[in-house]
Design a protein around this ligand. Structure first.
Ligand code: TMP
Length: 217
């Protein structure tokens, strides 16, 4: 099963992926966690190019191609092999980020982006995409306040850009409601985790009763 997490900066994806991975492992599942851009040696090199705060001259087209170059590598090297081995893959961002950021954020043609994404992924689509819903200003403030997180070139874009990204996510969710689930990212981390587990348990048919037993333990 392939599960992706999406949301604005500072929405808590990293924490939730860690908690979900622990929960799945406790259920006896074999789990692979990864992130975009990154997750491979080549992808990490591309990530450094993309996020470097001094790369102010990078055009949206270059950005799109770099994100998708890293994506082609992670799909080939990490995600497909894990899925073929029957593992659960949790990925921090996937192609929906390209549609939201490069598409809705920069106004690049979404049909063209769709073709580039298809080329990079070979058509691989998540089984479930969890959107952690927080207002962009709240997420950015969280991220800026956090001492452990990087403040990168993409975070530094104007609030209007991040608002356009948020609107983009809302449209993507409306267009494919069966794949997406929205969780209130303003809740405390454990409450978000509970909601995430309920969603994943029902998809895995683990039985929500197992989860309830664990929460009540
Ligand atoms: P992260 O902060 O969640 O690791 O993501 C890195 C940044 O890259 C974040 O600002 C979102 C952005 N991004 C895109 O603009 N397009 C993409 O396709 C991906 C995967 C990320």
């Amino acid at each position: 099963m392939f599960i992706t997490f999406e949301g604005p900066e500072g929405s808590g994806k990293t924490t939730q992926i860690r908690l979900l991975a622990e929960w799945l492992q406790n259920q006896g599942r074999s789990v692979v966690t990864t992130r975009e851009p990154g997750g491979t040696r080549i992808g990490n090199g591309v990530r450094a190019l993309l996020l470097d705060i001094s790369h102010t001259e990078m055009t949206p087209r270059t950005e799109t191609l770099l994100f998708n170059a890293a994506r082609a590598q992670i799909v080939h090297e990490v995600i497909r092999p894990a899925l073929e081995a029957g593992q659960v893959v949790l990925c921090d961002r996937f192609f929906d980020s390209t549609l939201a950021y490069q598409g809705y954020g920069y106004g690049q043609d979404r049909a063209e982006l769709g073709r580039i994404i298809r080329y990079a992924t070979g058509g691989l689509t998540p089984d479930l995409t969890i959107y952690l819903d927080v207002q962009p200003e709240v997420g950015l403030a969280r991220k800026q306040a956090g001492s452990t997180q990087e403040w990168n070139r993409l975070d530094a874009r104007a609030v209007a850009f991040h608002k356009a990204v948020q609107k983009g996510y809302e449209e993507l969710i409306r267009a494919e409601p069966a794949r997406w689930s929205v969780v209130d990212g303003d809740l405390p981390a454990q409450a978000v985790h509970g909601a995430v587990v309920a969603l994943v348990a029902s998809r895995l048919s683990v039985g929500v009763d197992l989860w309830i037993a664990e929460v009540l333990r």
